[in-house]
Design a protein around this ligand. Sequence first.
Ligand code: F6R
Ligand code: ZN
Length: 208
Amino acid sequence: MDLIEPVSCSVDVEAGELRGGSGRYRKMLRELAGLYADEDAFARALAHFVDQPVYEVTDLRPSIANGDVITGVTRMLPGKIGDEYFLTRGHIHAIADRSEIYYGHAGEGVMLLESPAGEIRTLPLGPRDIAYVPPFWIHRTANVGSTELVFLFVYPADAGQDYGIIERSGGMRSRIVDDGRGGWELRDNASYVRRSKADIDAVEASCH
Ligand code: F6R
Ligand code: ZN
């Protein structure tokens, strides 16, 4: 039996970080090309966000063994590309039946979920909201507020992330846009291509 040492971490909500974790990565806007509908607005925004990560993840990954968990904190800047709110890249878990819990700490977020067949759901992700990502749901998060969005997540360590599922379908089926009244609404993504039966079957096969 290989024992892992128990460890305590804490969430620094102000800094939007997990203190005492083991890893960190940053996503710059230039790494998110193709996510947003308005390419001209994206090109203009690149100049404003050259040095600043759009989102940053600090996490604790004790191992990637089946049965272990990965815990982390994501901090996202507020902002829009055209009328579309800042987004995480989004993914389905590489082993697609692995679920996940998000817990909001600060700011105003919305989780956008899509089933392999293209059904859309949204969940609020503000302070003390728990968003449950069930098995097989593609998920990404938007910061729909005017301050930083900070949330915690926990998921099985063997889950992995498949980002290609969103790229292959031309994005998710809906976009999260400004409703013109200070809130948000869903808009159909004109570039969306439905998944074939073979693609949907491949999602299910990822778990066997
Ligand atoms: C892990 C998970 C979150 C996200 C993070 C960044 O499965 O859902 O930890 O990884 O919020 O988003 P992505 O990974 O979509 O860039
Ligand atoms: Zn995930």
